[in-house]
Design a protein around this ligand. Structure first.
Ligand SMILES: [Zn+2]
Length: 579
């Protein structure tokens, strides 16, 4: 949130003024090739440059890790700052005066700032108390030294009902303490500290902002862990513990490790696995998976080898495959957590385990059962898991490996559990087909801006299938309706979904230029594909109307069919691909 008005008009001004080549050039050496610049990608380790910058379009794109966007995205990703701060930095650097925010926006920001201040104040109190006898003895038993505790900002919440409340109430309103989740409000307006006699673990966003606490009991009471409630600052399914620290090491490690508990995660960091993160007592969510996939090409899932851990690992594998990230799985001996093992074996032996983690297909084969009979029985179910993977090539090779492992001949595999629904949901990550890419390229790059709305008017919304293409066309229509020209910068500014942004930013690099002739062919193909699908649909409905004896509907459908045949000619055997 910002003190400034960051409306579209202002953002356009900043994007206009901020030279992306200059901004990127501060962080890496760029070489000019043709109209673009290339250099070594700052987001993934590489030896040959695949990071492209276009000054004309104001965008960057990496062929290696597929990251891309405009100058604001670049500053956000590289300098790890939130959107508003990235804009403010750019404005300052390029001499743009940002107008102040509206009173309403300022009020929201004040409230937000206050919650953040409450969290920081509570953290200061907890940290001050961690050296007391009870928490210190607990941490010692868990092998956590006071240095390590300080490094992770571990603290202690006293056992009294209102210790924190009394201390913070001098500075903050009761309402703010409740909103931040450090104080609980019960019946009749009674209030008390949420965390009592617990070791507190600060939970931070990727960029370091403190948004919640985890609280661990010192003895055997329940619940063992207590988290801050969901608030305007904190959502459990969005936050990974230690991501703020781990993400700094992802590039070097080439992977992230996911474990199940705070203390496992802390032990991993302490023993040289700084690329480790933990979920907050929940299953790995799609948000978590996306947060990881944005930052690192591979994730090692490191869970307990008991039945529950194995099941959680299968779920995590499915979610991670859906986010198009590579997955390895390391199941630990039953009932042992990484903390125990690292301490007993030492970190070198544990490194061997992590490096030797099972590739995803080997893990899935193993969990299908030891005999071919069992594997065959579980094949269908397991194929469904790999169907979450949006990359068709990878999906195919995984399906093949699983079928082979189950002793099912590939020909027989045929349509068994073939990806339909699942793959469609996941296609946002994969690129649109060539025809749709060519259309997008034409609309955003290759034809004159003044003619773009005319081309757009010729392509109905249902002529394209990929969700990203649909979203871009929707944005273009909105721009046209508002009387604006269709321009790349305006589109980038309007699109919010990161996958769609990525596809837009990568267009120029993923697809060749679309000539006028080719554009005509592409539009014709897209229209034909749509009409063929509609015809199949009409035939289907006619059959149903016929067997239901619904003459009226049948007549109407026949008329529609005649209309279509006039346009299309006689039926062809299949629906053509928009090549
Ligand atoms: Zn890259």
């Amino acid at each position: 949130m910002s003190d400034y008005d960051l409306s579209r008009r202002v953002l356009d001004q900043v994007r206009e003024a901020a030279d992306i080549v200059a901004v990127v050039g501060e962080h890496l050496t760029l070489r000019k090739t043709g109209r673009n610049y290339v250099g070594l990608c700052p987001f993934h380790g590489e030896k040959t440059p695949s990071f492209n910058v276009s000054r004309e379009k104001g965008t960057y794109y990496c062929f290696g890790c597929k990251r891309g966007g405009d100058v604001i995205d670049f500053v956000m990703e590289l300098e790890r700052v939130p959107f508003a701060e990235a804009v403010e930095r750019l404005a300052e650097r390029f001499g743009i005066r940002l107008p102040p925010a509206s009173p309403e926006a300022r009020r929201r920001k004040d409230e937000h700032d206050q919650l953040v201040e409450v969290m920081d104040a509570a953290q200061a109190v907890f940290v001050r108390q961690v050296g007391e006898d009870r928490p210190r003895a607990f941490l010692e038993r868990r092998g956590v030294s006071l240095e390590l505790a300080a490094d992770f900002g571990l603290g202690y919440a006293k056992g009294e009902w209102r210790a924190l409340y009394d201390e913070l109430r001098r500075r903050f309103s009761e309402r703010a303490l409740i909103a931040a989740g450090v104080v609980v409000e019960g019946e009749a307006g009674r209030v008390w500290d949420r965390f009592r006699d617990r070791v507190t673990i600060p939970i931070r966003l990727a960029r370091g902002r403190l948004v919640a606490f985890g609280g661990r009991v010192l003895g055997d009471e329940t619940p063992k862990y207590l988290n801050s409630p969901e608030s305007s600052l904190f959502s459990k399914s969005h936050v990974l513990f230690a991501l703020d620290r781990a993400s700094r090491t992802f590039a070097q490690a080439g992977r992230a490790i996911v474990v199940e508990g705070y203390f496992d995660c802390i032990a991993m960091h302490h023993n040289g696995f700084a690329e480790t993160v933990a979920t907050l007592g929940t299953a790995l969510s799609e948000h978590h998976a996306r947060e990881l996939a944005r930052r690192v090409p591979k994730v090692v899932v490191c869970f307990d080898g008991d039945a529950a851990g194995r099941q959680a690992a299968v779920g995590a594998v499915r979610t991670l495959l859906g986010a198009a990230v590579e997955v390895d799985v390391l199941l630990l001996p039953q009932g042992q957590d990484p903390d125990d093992i690292v301490r007993h074996e030492g970190s070198e032996a544990f490194r061997g385990r992590v490096d030797g983690a099972l590739a995803v297909t080997d893990f899935l084969l193993e969990s299908m059962g030891p005999t071919r009979e069992e594997r065959r029985r579980n094949l269908l179910q397991t194929l469904e898991i790999v169907n979450a993977c949006p990359d068709p090539v990878r999906r195919f090779s995984m399906r093949e490996a699983l079928a082979r492992g189950a002793g099912v001949p590939l020909e027989q595999l045929g349509q068994i559990g073939s990806p339909t629904v699942v793959a469609q949901q996941a296609t946002v990550q994969a690129l649109p087909d060539k025809g749709e890419l060519a259309l997008l390229r034409a609309l955003l790059h290759d034809i004159e801006p003044t003619r773009r709305s005319d081309v757009l008017a010729r392509v109905p919304g249902d002529a394209v299938l990929h969700p990203a293409t649909r979203e871009v066309l929707r944005v273009l229509r909105k721009l046209t309706e508002n009387g604006a020209l269709i321009e790349l910068a305006a589109v980038v500014a309007e699109v919010e979904d990161p996958n769609v942004r990525r596809i837009v930013a990568g267009l120029e690099h993923e697809a060749p230029a679309t000539s006028e002739d080719r554009l005509e062919v592409v539009i014709a193909l897209l229209m034909r594909r749509r009409d063929e699908a509609r015809r199949a649909d009409i035939l289907d409905k006619m059959r149903r109307a016929e067997s239901a004896g619904d003459k009226e509907t049948l007549e109407r459908l026949k008329a529609e069919q005649t209309e279509l045949i006039k346009r299309l000619g006689p039926p062809s055997p299949g629906v053509p691909e928009a090549k």
